[in-house]
Design a protein around this ligand. Structure first.
Ligand code: SF4
Length: 232
């Protein structure tokens, strides 16, 4: 018997095909729109406001749309599969939401689902994750998941959310209720982050880097530009 072992490669049977199928699911028109949205200095995805403002600045200003690394692509595949499996459980799934502010800044997102329990609506947010260890230790969702979900709740006027973490062999749910103040604050914070990036793109100073060796930088696809040049 001859055995050839391949690890951590997109060329493993099925992975590459699945990824190209995800890509080909989008029409040329959708791809063009995606590219325009990516470069639009007034339009921000909610997820781009929850991580690192400097990364969003690069996403909008670097010429090419950079590819995700393999780990992120595999997480994306798992996320897509879970999304398809759970979408039937909700009245609205993959719901597109957008809010526009007076200064022209717009934030948009796609909510995984809106559920109803009794008469109460909740925002459902699904997160795929490698392991639950960090979440279990912290006893709360990650900061970025919490901010993202809070912004969705504020945009939809819904005060309750369920954030569910799916690890390969484990699952954990957080059932959260927000106050009006928390939701208003989340929307204001999202707006000021977006405005800061917008001003940077229009000639202001570059958003600050994360502290050196920060975990956010570990898998960042703009690390080479960000840390590789003496650009402030
Ligand atoms: S390398 Fe770090 S500081 Fe720089 S853009 Fe990426 S996450 Fe932000």
């Amino acid at each position: 018997m001859k055995v050839k072992i391949t690890k951590n490669k997109e060329t493993i049977a099925g992975v590459e095909q699945f990824l190209s199928r995800l890509d080909s699911d989008s029409s040329e028109e959708e791809k063009k729109q995606h590219e325009e949205n990516r470069k639009d200095p007034y339009l921000f995805a909610v997820t781009d406001l929850t991580f690192c403002p400097r990364r969003t600045y690069y996403k909008k200003t670097v010429d090419e749309d950079r590819d995700l690394n393999l780990k992120s692509k595999l997480r994306l595949i798992r996320g897509k599969l879970y999304d398809e499996l759970i979408s039937g459980n909700f009245t609205d799934s993959q719901l597109e939401v957008e809010t526009e502010f007076d200064d022209g800044i717009r934030i948009h997102g796609r909510v995984d689902g809106i559920g109803v329990e009794g008469k109460e609506k909740y925002v459902f947010e699904l997160k795929t994750i490698e392991t639950l260890h960090f979440i279990e230790n912290e006893k709360k969702p990650t900061q970025s998941a919490l901010i993202q979900t809070k912004i969705y709740c504020a945009m939809l006027g819904i005060k309750r959310a369920k954030i569910v973490y799916f690890a390969p062999s484990d699952v954990m749910e957080f059932d959260i209720r927000f106050t009006d103040d928390e939701l208003n604050q989340a929307l204001q914070d999202a707006h000021s982050t977006a405005l800061g990036i917008n001003l940077a793109i229009r000639g202001g100073s570059l958003p600050d880097r994360q502290p050196k060796n920060h975990w956010k930088c570990r898998e960042c696809i703009y690390k080479d530009i960000c840390w590789g040049e003496n650009n402030g």
